[in-house]
Design a protein around this ligand. Structure first.
Ligand code: SF4
Ligand code: SF4
Ligand code: SF4
Length: 184
């Protein structure tokens, strides 16, 4: 997606702002429809879940019990719903270490948690109303500007290689439609 944004920026340099606004409007609408189609509210597995999670998990509940933020829920298997209940990225990732069966693999540092990806709907709704970007998502993100950038067109861009998928930005955003979640 970043490449396409760069492409639009380059068009602006080549043809000026008038044609740029027109093209970017088409571009933004197309991206919004793609993201709306892809928007999913699926469950996520706890930090450190391995490829053999469903085979190895005995649903003992230890990872659920150790989570101080109640981010891991009980079901047929433990799960998370990041859009509703974010992961607070505990320093030592205790949930991943408590598992005795190998369903979860120990993660040594919160920076290595990878639960999913956050995407933007290509428009900061808060900006639309107040003509001011609130930057709340960027402020709450533990990586700050390194992970969430604004490109000058009220569009938050999330860097996929850095994002842990913790969901703190979604939980903080006052306009719930501005950010959406993708499973890995
Ligand atoms: S601690 Fe391991 S085995 Fe127990 S519920 Fe969590 S993932 Fe499953
Ligand atoms: S890292 Fe912390 S907040 Fe996130 S799921 Fe594990 S125990 Fe819960
Ligand atoms: S962009 Fe959102 S989900 Fe990704 S690390 Fe930052 S706060 Fe967490």
């Amino acid at each position: 997606m970043n490449n396409r944004v760069d492409f639009i920026k380059n068009l602006s340099k080549l043809f000026g702002n008038g044609i740029f606004s027109f093209i970017s409007e088409i571009f933004i609408k197309k991206e919004e429809s793609i993201i709306t189609e892809k928007k999913i509210e699926l469950k996520q597995l706890p930090p450190g879940a391995t490829d053999r999670f469903y085979e190895k998990c005995i649903n003992c509940g230890d990872c659920i019990d150790i989570c101080p933020h109640k981010a891991i829920k009980k079901g047929d298997f433990p799960y998370m719903n990041i859009s509703q209940s974010p992961c607070y990225l505990c320093d030592d990732v205790p949930c991943s270490k408590v598992c005795s069966t190998g369903a979860l693999k120990a993660i040594n540092s919160w920076q290595n948690i990878k639960l999913g990806l956050v995407g933007a709907t290509f428009r900061c709704e808060n900006y639309e109303k107040s003509e001011k970007i609130c930057y709340l998502c960027q402020e709450i993100c533990p990586f700050g500007e390194d992970c969430i950038e604004f490109n000058g067109f009220n569009l938050p861009i999330i860097k996929k290689d850095i994002c842990t998928g913790c969901g703190l930005c979604i939980a903080t955003c006052p306009q719930k439609e501005a950010l959406c979640y993708f499973n890995l």
